[in-house]
Design a binder for this molecule. Sequence first.
Ligand code: ADP
Length: 262
Amino acid sequence: QAEALRQSQKMEAVGQLTGGIAHDFNNLLTAVTGGLALLGARIAKGDYDKLDRYIDMAQTGAHRAAALTQRLLAFSRRQTLAPTPTDADRLIAGMRAIIDRTLGPAIEVKVAATAGLWPVLVDAPQLESALLNLCINARDAMPEGGRLTIETGNRRLDARAAADQDLPEGEYVSLCVTDTGAGMTPAIIERVFDPFFTTKPIGQGTGLGLSMIYGFVRQSGGQVRVYSEVGQGTTMGLYLPRHLGDVARIDDAGRHVESQRA
Ligand code: ADP
């Protein structure tokens, strides 16, 4: 019964996803067919003045539609991950320059590392891209500036806490990105992980950032949490399972290089 419920929820999610894409795709097709219809009408009248804007309209629509299906392909292909034991604090430190540059001078950046942070087993480039995505979202939520805090932690989740987080009981590393920005309404929070859900103007948001982060973190055995209040700000928390292998050496990118067992 639980399986049936899960299946029906999955189908509903797929339905919502495909419905949203079909809607976007349809809008783009309308631009194409509309442009061509106007072009045809002008030509039929023998009016050949400024036809290029109708051609432009059709071409832009077709290009956007092609880009949409392209992104969809990238999204649907279950990503093949290459997990390595990784020190999240080292990874964050290695990204400090690009984070500062991305956020600009109006946003103060605070990084709170954890002494003795547990390693996690993740695809490091994917975690980097997730972190950068979270920083970009935080920046977009603070157009007038503010403060961004990146904080890690070792978390032991007992049965109850784990159930709350929809995770197996165990040990996790948390990576939280907090901004002092606009925050989100409960209705928005509910949809943030939906593919193509965005509140940003066309051309600025794809609505794929958080859905891809969610997919990556779930595939890594972790969880993503959203804590947000309108006018106060947002915390996006990633939980990743602690890696319990031998860890001997750390390379420059913050990856633990495992020792050979004797
Ligand atoms: P995109 O950034 O392209 O819109 P995302 O999936 O990354 O796509 O985010 C979806 C939506 O979630 C955003 O459009 C925004 O409304 C909301 N959101 C994400 N992060 C934040 C944040 N830190 N503060 C406020 N809103 C946010």
